[in-house]
Design a protein around this ligand. Structure first.
Ligand SMILES: Cc1cc2nc3c(=O)[nH]c(=O)nc-3n(C[C@H](O)[C@H](O)[C@H](O)COP(=O)(O)OP(=O)(O)OC[C@H]3O[C@@H](n4cnc5c(N)ncnc54)[C@H](O)[C@@H]3O)c2cc1C
Ligand SMILES: *[C@@H]1O[C@H](CO)[C@@H](O)[C@H](O)[C@H]1NC(C)=O
Ligand SMILES: *[C@@H]1O[C@H](CO)[C@@H](O)[C@H](O)[C@H]1NC(C)=O
Length: 622
């Protein structure tokens, strides 16, 4: 920051204190006040220019739909070619300084930076959540879900990508995609000198800049149990590590901050924010994508694409837009009266996600965890704003990851079936106003399980199952583009998926008993989840029931426009991400993932954006 007083930051500080003072712990009021302060809270790095509709051209070489983890990269890389004019359409607004605060990641799920989707109710999962529906937060704004996410930077296992290649997708093996992970990356700290990392890319990767005593206990505990410390971004996973995150000096580094803001002066990139795309215009005779229709300021517009349209609206909305454009399962489209241009049975299918649970937590006897009452204070805020340090840099309390293989795993010997996400915090970190709201936990469960320990410190481990067998899907509710799609998660439809999570919980309980965690008298919180009290607390049946009630998702929804060879009837795009049956249209985002990776999916989507941009450049000889 230098010596000068930074006016926007000073404004933020004053308003932050003011808002805290006025609103106390009422987050609803807190966030609505913040939204009003939006102008004041503009990011000091400068925003990309928002092109008014009357200044947009009638035609561009490329139109990119969605400025998320993949779309932001595509827009950046395509505008490296000086002769190409690119339009980037994004439904949401720009980020604000507050979205930069990692520890409050969960808060933004309660604002209009979230599309606010919820999956349909299902038997056997999300039973302890409001209306038995799992919230499916999706980022709406410049940066997409990378403005809501927990900034965890992971690439997955080399076998994930070699698997994609073996499914008939040449060029997507580990050795190929590894280059693109490096291309995006600007590594910091101890990662700089590693052969598995690189510097000079757009996306910052650093270590979490603060550590609680509990993360040391987690790492020591892993050591006691015989696990090594690893770099989980080397292509191999088994072992434990403190977190690598997409942050820039302790502040969120979204895809927008990384890939769009630095190039905002490029005259061949037009960015239109708050532009809601309804469909892609496809010529019914030539089957060529010719343009895009969108809603902005209550008016409908259409703009043409000379060369190509790249659909990067994320795994839910890309499938929705394809179907509204007449590309999807014939019977489904016909039932809604949508003219079928291409019968593509795979659109919306093959949906995969990483399910987990918040059902087990551990109380400690010292003030070592992250609690809202201690963090949302002026001291930590100043430390963060001026130095990028302190507890505010810890994204939602996540500090470390561990990769283990459970005894009955069916994966390859070097391939973990569980990721343990260590969180030096729990649902009792705030009085039920934020974290549990985001997760959708009912009042009944919150009041009986978490309320009695609001004054206690606690930590938790979320076991995430790597390779679910269950598949969900997305379909349209109606042909009205403004209505929500219907989302079916189908978590634990294959009961084996549930068993693996139960193994993860039992492993976490073993960790809580190690010397390292006993220094804080870590104790499994013994109040059973209402609805599961008929099972003996701690038995396998109890945990099965608890996971089915307190189901959480890591929000890695993917696979709804599967990449695959033309011989695969469910494939929607080929290995260059071109939509089968339509000319001039590619999908580039989490939808194309044919099989979910052992990774949180943000970096995977950055990589997809990098790779498709290179394929487009070479297709046009650039
Ligand atoms: C709460 C949460 C936490 C997560 N935590 C992590 C994490 O810690 N680490 C990690 O690696 N991954 C994490 N993820 C997942 C990761 O962020 C996503 O997988 C990734 O952002 C998906 O990228 P995408 O390009 O497919 O879509 P997105 O990043 O979601 O981008 C899609 C963009 O398209 C826009 N859009 C959609 N529909 C339209 C339309 N009709 N018109 C115009 N624009 C539209 C959206 O507004 C959005 O900006 C998390 C996700 C969430 C929601
Ligand atoms: C450890 O926790 C247990 C259960 O909460 C409690 O009964 C005991 O007194 C605690 N011991 C110490 C030393 O804090
Ligand atoms: C917490 O409990 C452990 C024993 O489990 C004990 O050694 C330690 O002194 C206790 N700490 C506090 C602050 O009470």
């Amino acid at each position: 920051m230098g010596q000068k007083v930074h006016l926007p930051l000073l404004g933020v500080l004053i308003s932050f204190c003011f808002i805290r003072f006025c609103c106390g712990l009422n987050f609803g009021l807190f966030s609505s006040t913040l939204t009003r302060y939006q102008r004041l809270l503009q990011n000091p790095e400068g925003l990309s220019y928002d092109m008014p509709t009357n200044l947009l051209s009638a035609e561009y070489d490329f139109i990119v739909i969605g400025a998320g983890a993949a779309g932001a990269v595509v827009a950046n890389r395509l505008t490296e070619v000086p002769g190409w004019k690119v339009l980037l359409l994004e439904a949401g607004k720009d980020e604000i300084l507050l979205t930069d605060m990692p520890v409050f990641a969960a808060h933004f799920q309660l604002t209009d930076f979230n599309w606010g989707y919820r999956a349909q109710p299902q038997d056997g999962a999300c039973l302890g959540l409001k209306d038995k529906r799992c919230p499916w937060p999706r980022g709406k704004g410049m940066g997409g879900s990378s403005i809501l996410n927990y900034m965890i930077y992971t690439r997955g296992h080399r076998g994930d990508y070699d698997g994609w290649e073996q499914m008939g997708n040449p060029g997507w093996g580990w050795k190929d995609v590894f280059k693109y992970f490096l291309k995006s990356e600007n590594a910091k700290d101890d990662l700089v000198d590693s052969q598995f990392h690189s510097t000079g890319g757009y996306m910052d990767v650093e270590r979490v800049r603060h550590r609680t005593p509990l993360v040391n206990a987690f790492m020591d505990s892993a050591d006691e149990l015989g696990y090594n410390t690893v770099d989980y971004n080397s292509g191999d996973l088994l072992g434990f590590s403190r977190l690598q995150v997409n942050q820039r000096r302790g502040k969120r580094c979204s895809a927008n901050k990384a890939f769009i803001r630095p190039i905002r002066h490029r005259s061949n990139l037009h960015v239109a924010k708050e532009a809601f795309v309804s469909r892609i215009l496809i010529d019914p005779n030539t089957k060529r994508a010719t343009g895009v229709e969108f809603l902005r300021n209550n008016r409908w517009y259409s703009i043409k694409a000379r060369k190509e349209i790249i659909l990067s609206a994320g795994a839910v909305n890309s499938a929705k837009i394809l179907m509204l454009s007449g590309v999807g399962p014939r019977v489904h489209l016909e039932s809604l009266g949508i003219p079928v241009l291409v019968d593509a049975p795979g659109v919306g299918q093959n949906l995969q996600d990483h399910a987990s649970t918040c059902a087990a937590l551990y109380t400690v006897n010292d003030t070592v965890s992250l609690k809202e009452e201690r963090i949302a204070q002026v001291g930590p805020f100043l430390d963060w704003v001026t130095n990028g340090n302190g507890p505010i840099t810890i994204a939602g309390g996540v500090e470390a990851l561990g990769y283990i293989r459970t005894p009955n795993a069916v994966t390859a010997p070097d391939y973990p079936d569980i990721e343990l996400m260590f969180i030096s915090s729990s649902l009792n970190a705030d009085p039920g106003t934020v974290v549990r709201q985001g997760l959708g936990v009912t009042d009944d469960i919150f009041n009986s399980v978490y309320k009695p320990i609001l004054n206690r410190d606690a930590w938790t481990i979320w076991p995430m199952q790597m390779k679910p067998n269950s598949r969900g899907y997305v379909k349209l509710k109606s042909r009205n583009p403004l209505s929500w799609p219907l989302m079916y998660a189908n978590y634990f439809e294959d009961p084996q998926d549930l068993e693996i999570i139960v193994h993860g919980i039992k492993f976490a309980i073993e960790m809580s008993k190690t010397r390292a965690f006993q220094k804080f008298n870590s104790t499994l919180h013994p109040i059973p989840v209402p609805g599961c009290a008929n099972h003996e607390f701690g038995s396998d049946d109890y945990w099965r029931c608890a996971v089915r009630h307190l189901t959480t998702t890591l929000n890695h929804q993917c696979g709804t426009a599967k990449m695959g060879p033309s011989t695969d009837p469910d494939a929607v795009v080929d290995a260059e991400l071109r939509v089968y049956g339509v000319k001039g249209l590619r999908v580039a985002d989490a939808s194309i993932i044919p099989r979910i990776t052992a990774a949180h999916t943000n970096a995977v989507c950055n990589m997809i954006g990098e790779k498709v941009a290179d394929m487009i450049k070479s297709a046009y000889g650039k």
